[in-house]
Design a protein around this ligand. Structure first.
Ligand SMILES: Cc1cc2nc3c(=O)[nH]c(=O)nc-3n(C[C@H](O)[C@H](O)[C@H](O)COP(=O)(O)OP(=O)(O)OC[C@H]3O[C@@H](n4cnc5c(N)ncnc54)[C@H](O)[C@@H]3O)c2cc1C
Length: 388
């Protein structure tokens, strides 16, 4: 077993860290307070090859694996979770759905431009009445000659207002339930499609969370992704990859909180000593570092398994749940170490405390991860029993 990143991966980690410190850190609070989408920075990441890391060079990507991708998301999110989620939704949801399910022409047309940042992508599964129960989607797609006509509304779509391309899931055969849901690529400016309300969120405020409205939106038949009825199973495969990036996002945010808390605890003096001299503070730092280490091991194991092409649903769900839940605890401890300053606007802890909250909900809430883990465990037990 080897728990080390190799030289190339370490070089990548250092480059992303330097970029984040130089280009993102000075702007984080401004973007957060204004709810400003950092489009220029995202485009810059595209030029550096960071928006298509997991795709082969023939589709404009960097030809790297999930371990490298996770390293980059972790480093970006250490400085700003909003940038992390923008890159993650673009890459592992929108682009990856087209990459996994699309035909050669679709991959050439879309993934190539998404990988370089020429296009920005969004992915729409959630609807007002279907979140955790995504299979109960209502949005419809009806075939009319050489076209599909889309009608319905998606909610909570990351990057929705800025996306050049969106992948959406819609019902093509209601009677077939989840096997009657198909995926489509829709380009911005298509008649009948418009982003709607922008959500004004507690945290991750520089990321865009949008409603997508489809009102007799006509798209060509060739914009169907994968086979008819294949959209939902493909979306589940997409989420298996996506959730690794959410684990990495929360890992990075927990590391940002730990770094700040460690530094502050050495500077802040009470009762004639640095507060890091108090055992109560040392125990908090020890708990934070231990939980971060566990999250890192689970996140990187999921990425490593994914790169080897194995079935990783259980490991990904475990990593997503453990990393997001422990990051919330780590950030809470950082607020406590900062004392009163911890809740003051402008302090990193105050922003992280708001930013982390959505990650326990997004891409399958913790409760849903538990359902997935339990389902996988019980299936495994059934197979063992059969083979005994
Ligand atoms: C910042 C942000 C960005 C997002 N980006 C995207 C995106 O890009 N694309 C997209 O499609 N969606 C996106 N989402 C939507 C997100 O995936 C959903 O919010 C999530 O799946 C939960 O759905 P819901 O909000 O409808 O909650 P609900 O499904 O209504 O759940 C409410 C509560 O009930 C619990 N619950 C539900 N079912 C069960 C059950 N069977 N057993 C136990 N508990 C249960 C949930 O865990 C939760 O605690 C985003 C959400 C946020 C907050």
């Amino acid at each position: 077993m080897d728990f080390q990143l190799n030289d190339e991966q370490l070089h990548l980690k250092k480059s992303v860290r330097e970029f984040a410190e130089r280009e993102i850190k000075p702007n984080v609070m401004k973007w957060d307070e204004a709810g400003e989408f950092p489009l220029a920075t995202i485009k810059e990441l595209g030029k550096l090859g960071m928006l298509g890391m997991i795709f082969p060079p023939e589709y404009g990507g960097a030809g790297m694996g999930y371990v490298e991708y996770v390293t980059a998301i972790e480093e970006l999110s250490r400085v700003d979770g909003s940038v992390g989620i923008i890159v993650a939704a673009h890459t592992s949801l929108c682009s990856n759905h087209i990459f996994l399910a699309g035909n050669e022409a679709q991959k050439k047309k879309y993934v190539s431009k998404l990988s370089t940042g020429e296009f920005l992508g969004a992915w729409g599964l959630t609807e007002p009445s279907s979140g955790s129960d995504a299979g109960s989607a209502r949005m419809t797609a009806v075939r009319k000659g050489n076209n599909w006509v889309l009608n319905g509304t998606k909610t909570f779509c990351t990057n929705g207002h800025y996306a050049d391309v969106v992948v959406v899931l819609a019902v093509t055969d209601r009677a077939a339930h989840t096997h009657g849901i198909s995926a489509f690529v829709v380009e911005k400016d298509t008649k009948g499609f418009r982003p709607g309300k922008k959500e004004n969120k507690l945290g991750l405020r520089a990321s865009d969370t949008a409603e997508l409205i489809f009102d007799d939106c006509v798209i060509p038949a060739e914009n169907l992704l994968g086979g008819e009825g294949q959209g939902f199973p493909d979306a589940m495969r997409v989420l298996d990859g996506g959730r690794i990036s959410i684990a990495a996002l929360s890992l990075g945010m927990a590391e940002g909180a730990y770094d700040a808390a460690l530094k502050y605890s050495k500077q802040r003096r009470q009762f004639g000593k640095a507060i890091s001299d108090f055992q109560a503070i040392q125990w908090k730092l020890a708990d934070m570092a231990t939980e971060i280490d566990a999250a890192r091991l689970q996140t990187y194991r999921a990425a490593w398994l994914r790169d080897r092409g194995g079935l990783v649903t259980r490991e990904v769900a475990m990593a997503k749940m453990a990393a997001t839940e422990s990051a919330q605890r780590t950030i809470d401890r950082a607020v406590q170490i900062f004392g009163g300053r911890g809740v003051v606007q402008g302090e990193i802890t105050e922003r992280l405390y708001r930013d982390i909250r959505a990650l326990r909900i997004y891409e399958g809430a913790t409760e849903v991860q538990k359902l997935i883990i339990a389902r996988e465990l019980l299936n495994e037990a059934r197979v063992h029993e059969k083979n005994r």
